[in-house]
Design a protein around this ligand. Structure first.
Ligand code: ADP
Ligand code: ZN
Length: 710
């Protein structure tokens, strides 16, 4: 199918102007009847890869998906784009099923989501066997494989359904599959010479940062304050922590809830829904939260504790910024977390190999937390996507840690460790170095150690930081088996006795956190207008019983605020607005934008509406004279309207009204007038070579070019 037609269909149904990497190739391959395995990170845009072919082909597509909430969300989003879709799972009511059947019979249905259990039932198979199935999509395809992160036995049986459709194209999609899992998916589903499409795992819109877990609550509060009321999740290891944090945040005035295994089902469902619909801003949760959540506008994720491994970490932060807009992930780490995990692993009944793998994975996430190079690269390398170029969206790329000669600091710490006979943990060692008067110190007679108080000029939290670095550099180690005391290593002696130089990094100021991620476009748009448009989404969402982001996602709202369409025609042109939504919502949004512009004096009151009226007529294709006649105004007045609108950034072709030399005459006249803002001064300079109408129009172009620095 020609590329132009695919692009047109993308715009019509989904409102997007361009395909993301791989999407178009995948869609073509599916339209040709091929089999495909698609590995794309969360938020990469997998759905369109099967939704668009489904719309272009006869019949309807079967989409197998493991999570009911995800299915419902997809169906809802299809519907807001005017596409007929349904879902069959354990929660589907009889009347819903009946409606789906009718839509199938009348050939309106384009996409049917099915849970694997239903898809495998003989009733269902019998039922669809003689239907016109356009393609079969298997979402979360890693569930097919025991090598994957989330094996589901019923998924492994899907071949039982597929075999009835030997001619149908099959597309398996997942966001997480290493090499072994990829191969296994193709085998389990018996894909016919499948093409594999592997996208980069980088999430360029997520800012990554990690910090030591000191004064965490204060840091969290400062972080959330910067988030301007936007939704986020605080992941915690322990149930108790979720409650403590949620309570502390509520006290500060945030809408926050705790979410963990012991909360009953009803309450859990309510929290999920309130979060989805932006009725609560923050969920403090153990890792179970987020599995069934398909909320594209989660703006930030905090890990209160070190995550268990890099896979989990990446999956959890991957829930942020699914709409492609900037998001932030902040992780705290501490030795305590590591000890807790080590305990888990040691006490678990799992076999030795499994425990060893867990323990190694723990080492890797710890190394990640301590890395001094680009964090994204540590992750990509972990997943086998080797890269060395800095990512530009992590703490280390934006604020490279400052290195200095820390040999003396290292010597103090190592010597204190030795002199305490390697019997103290980190906290106690710092107390010794800082000369603390704590009772335990005296009980253990540590005040008589030679280095007692030698490091009192360094703050407690800086010491914690430096000791962490010494451990990472292999100069100190933690004896996890023996109460996590600090011990020296074979490398320690080189520092103590052989003058080996140790480079340390200064801890960044914990509370100060300047994050400036590149916005996809320059921030020309106005915050208040965005807020008004978001409120309108909320209002419409409430009326229609859908989440606000289903009306329009944040990216489209920003685009609206930047482009400021004043007619429905212009509105349809926006990236992210398809025909269906333009027709349904266009008028309301255009009105909101006009109201804003009038209020803000962007187009002056009471003249505001007069500008808009001129613009409307202009967009209807009327000539200057015709507009003037219709509005009973002078042609030169209409010209001032258009000139003003043009200078404000409206996309108006003014050149059509000018003669070839007008621009240079206007430019020279303006310069000769000393760049005067008074039109009469400029007119004096140009004399009769330009009338007022053409001078207004030509000057608008000259000035806007000037502003752009052209
Ligand atoms: P995934 O299933 O891979 O996690 P989705 O299919 O839900 O991701 O898409 C994530 C977001 O990206 C959605 O908001 C979707 O509308 C948007 N999106 C997908 N394709 C495009 C595109 N070509 N242009 C702009 N936005 C897109
Ligand atoms: Zn980086």
């Amino acid at each position: 199918m020609p590329s132009e037609i695919l692009k047109q269909a993308l715009k019509t149904h989904f409102g997007f102007d361009t395909f993301r990497p791989h999407q178009e190739d995948i869609i073509e391959h599916i339209l040709e009847g091929g089999h495909a395995l698609v590995i794309m990170p969360t938020g990469g845009g997998k759905s369109i890869c099967y939704q668009l072919p489904a719309l272009l082909k006869d019949g309807f597509a079967l989409v197998i998906s493991p999570l009911i909430s995800l299915m419902n969300d997809q169906v809802r989003s299809m519907k807001t784009n005017g596409i007929v879709a349904g879902a069959i799972h354990s929660g589907t009511s009889a009347s819903e099923s009946k409606q789906i059947l009718q839509q199938m019979d009348s050939e309106q249905l384009k996409i049917l989501y099915v849970s694997p259990e239903k898809a495998l039932s003989s009733r269902f198979i019998e039922f669809v066997a003689n239907k016109n199935i356009s393609l079969i999509a298997i979402d979360e395809a890693h569930c097919v494989s025991i090598w994957g992160n989330d094996f589901r036995p019923e998924y492994a049986k899907l071949q039982g359904l597929i075999q009835y459709f030997p001619e149908t194209s099959i597309i398996a999609l997942t966001a997480t599959a290493d090499k072994a899992t990829q191969e296994d998916i193709c085998q389990q589903l018996k894909l016919r010479s499948p093409k594999t499409y592997l996208s980069s795992f980088e999430r360029p819109n997520i800012y990554l940062a990690a910090k030591p877990g000191i004064q965490r609550l204060d840091q969290i509060k400062a972080f959330i304050r910067r988030q301007d009321g936007q939704a986020g999740i605080v992941y915690c290891l322990a149930r108790k922590t979720t409650e403590t944090i949620a309570q502390a945040l509520r006290k500060t005035g945030y809408r926050a809830e705790a979410y963990h295994a012991e909360i009953d089902n009803g309450q859990r469902k309510k929290i999920q829904e309130d979060f989805q619909y932006d009725r609560i801003q923050i969920v403090c949760a153990t890792i179970a939260f987020g599995m069934g959540i398909d909320k594209p506008n989660i703006r930030w994720i905090i890990h209160y504790n070190l995550p268990k491994n890099i896979e989990n970490y990446y999956q959890e932060i991957g829930r942020a910024g699914r709409d492609g807009q900037p998001a932030e992930a902040l992780m705290f780490y501490s030795f305590r977390d590591v000890s807790v995990y080590r305990d888990f692993i040691e006490k678990s009944e799992a076999n030795a190999t499994f425990s060893r793998v867990q323990s190694e994975k723990l080492d890797r996430i710890w190394e990640y937390s301590q890395a001094t190079n680009c964090r994204t690269n540590v992750i990509l390398n972990y997943f086998g996507e080797y890269r060395a170029a800095p990512c530009g969206h992590c703490d280390h790329c934006l604020h490279p840690p400052e290195g200095f000669d820390g040999t003396r600091i290292a010597q103090m710490a190592l010597s204190a460790c030795k002199r305490c006979n390697e019997t103290v943990g980190i906290g106690m060692l710092v107390d010794v170095l800082r000369g603390s008067g704590r009772k335990e110190i005296y009980e253990r007679n540590l005040q008589s150690v030679k280095t007692y108080g030698a490091g009192k000029d360094i703050s407690w939290k800086d010491w914690m930081h430096y000791i962490t670095q010494l451990i990472n550099q292999g100069l100190l180690d933690i004896d996890y088996i023996n109460h996590s005391v600090l011990i020296c290593t074979p490398l320690s002696d080189e520092v103590l006795f052989e003058h080996k130089v140790v480079i340390l990094h200064r801890p960044a100021d914990l509370l100060e956190e300047p994050v400036k991620l590149k916005e996809p476009k320059r921030e020309l748009f106005n915050k208040e207008l965005i807020q008004r448009l978001l409120n309108l989404c909320k209002k419409i969402g409430r009326e229609e019983g859908i989440p606000p982001y289903s009306v329009f996602p944040k990216g489209t709202i920003k685009e609206m605020a930047e482009v400021r369409p004043l007619t429905v025609g212009e509105f349809t042109e926006l990236n992210g607005v398809g025909e269906y939504k333009a027709e349904k919502y266009g008028q309301s949004f255009v009105e909101a934008i006009r109201a804003y512009m009038t209020d803000q004096d962007i187009i002056k009151k009471p003249k505001g509406m007069t500008y808009v009226e001129t613009l409307d007529l202009f967009h209807q294709g009327l000539s200057l004279e015709a507009i003037a006649q219709k509005r009973e105004m002078a042609v030169s007045t209409i010209a001032t309207h258009l000139a003003r609108l043009y200078e404000k950034g409206e996309d108006i072709d003014l050149v059509q009204y000018l003669h070839p030399d007008d621009l240079s005459i206007a430019r020279q006249g303006w310069r000769a007038s000393g760049f005067s803002t008074q039109m009469s001064k400029v007119k004096e300079q140009v004399g009769d070579s330009l009338n007022y109408t053409r001078l207004h129009l030509a000057l608008a172009i000259v000035r806007r070019d000037e502003k752009r620095g052209a």
